[in-house]
Design a protein around this ligand. Structure first.
Ligand code: NAD
Ligand code: DAU
Length: 328
């Protein structure tokens, strides 16, 4: 199969592109190479990399020529950045999705939209979000992703586009840009830098290994029914303060590195998805956090040449903006 993987130089997209390519598929990666897109994530992979924007219809048509499917990972993805300003989020996550849908409609191409559990907003203790639940996004990021999802649903219904949506939970593993909690706290702990824990640190996230996330997206690409939405959850709900404690243990760092800082505005307390619909298609997570987290910490310990250049570049300006007041 020849597949267009948009956003395939980012964290999850690069694992997905490598997964498809190593199984013998033809893979074209279209990526704008924003701050989180990194060709090094695709090192050694047999994929064609096209530097372009999903909002550019001509570039999408050129890169997608001959592809039977498009899997869209391209997005602005960080909640904290969206709180500083959301225009790029709305452009890529909504308009970009629309451009891909338009191209898929014209060419009869199948599309998988990689979305997020954040579109449901936070859920009270004891309950889980189902695919039919209303969308209640809390951040500019999740509102943009919800906008993209709604464009997909409308394109299926109005034009008969062959498309599915996946809604994954918090994903971790190698090659994740060090702005999200796990790679940020692991790399800071390795350097004995402070770990800025928002609020009371009792927010809960459901952790999913990147390879399990990619397996789920591939299954939906191959077997998902058009118009259907599939939740993807690791089933590993952990409070941030407990995750932080485990990271300290795994890096041999001291608890004194933890700083309780001013909370994220609009911070969702808990996400939890019911993934039984996808499990019905034959998916289940293969990697427990108890194994995946130590492996991930080891990867960051052994791959400083991947993250040190990132943390010393434009990243510094973002870090100052986000954390200098918080950390005093
Ligand atoms: P990431 O930020 O690591 O990667 C995003 C990629 O998209 C980058 O390579 C970037 O260069 C590219 N990109 C951004 N704007 C683009 C544009 N206009 N045109 C082309 N490429 C563009 O993000 P990620 O964590 O790998 O997330 C991938 C997808 O999975 C996103 O859609 C995200 O919403 C979704 N998701 C992420 C998680 C998570 O925990 N990381 C969980 C569930 C869903
Ligand atoms: O749930 C899926 C989503 O998970 C994806 O759609 C997003 O792209 C991805 O960024 C992630 O969103 P979160 O906001 O949950 O991830 P983040 O790593 O930013 O934060 C995880 C938790 O850790 C959250 O409760 C906020 C907290 N946190 C985060 C950072 C960056 C801190 O306490 N301190 C921090 O410095």
């Amino acid at each position: 199969m020849r597949v267009l993987v948009t956003g395939g130089a980012g964290f999850i997209g690069s694992h997905f592109a490598k997964r498809l390519a190593s199984a013998g598929n033809d893979v074209v990666v279209l990526d704008k190479l924003t701050y989180s897109g990194n060709p090094a994530n695709l090192a050694g992979a047999k994929v064609e990399l096209v530097e372009a924007d999903i909002c550019d219809p001509a570039a999408v048509a050129a890169a997608g020529k001959g592809c039977e499917a498009v899997v869209n990972f391209a997005a602005e993805t960080h909640v904290d950045r969206s709180i500083h300003g959301a225009s790029e989020f709305i452009e890529t996550d909504v308009l970009g999705t629309y451009v891909l849908l338009d191209w898929a409609r014209e060419n009869g191409t199948r599309l998988v939209q990689v979305s997020t559990d954040e579109v449901y907003g936070d859920v009270p203790e004891g309950s889980s979000s189902c695919e039919v639940d209303p969308l209640r996004p809390s951040s500019p990021y999740s509102a943009s992703k919800a906008g993209g999802d709604l464009q997909v649903i409308a394109a299926v219904r109005t034009y008969g586009v062959d498309a599915c949506i996946t809604r994954g939970s918090n994903t971790y593993g190698p090659n994740q840009y060090p702005e999200k909690i796990i790679p940020l706290f692991v790399t800071n702990a390795l350097d004995r830098e402070p770990l800025p824990l928002y609020g009371d640190g009792r927010q809960t996230r459901d952790w999913l290994h990147v390879e399990d996330h990619c397996a789920a997206v591939e299954l939906v690409l191959r077997k998902g029914a058009s118009g259907e939405i599939y939740n993807v959850g690791g089933g590993e709900e952990v409070e941030n303060r407990d995750l932080t404690r485990t990271i300290l243990e795994l890096t041999g760092a001291d608890e004194s590195l933890v700083r309780h800082v001013v909370d994220r505005p609009g911070h969702d307390r808990r996400y939890s998805v019911d993934a039984s619909k996808l499990r019905g298609l034959g998916w289940e997570p293969a990697r427990a956090l108890a194994d995946g987290l130590p492996e991930t910490v080891a990867w960051y310990r052994d791959n400083r040449d991947w993250w040190e250049p990132i943390k010393s570049g434009d990243y510094r300006a973002y870090y100052e903006k986000q954390y200098s007041e918080r950390l005093g």
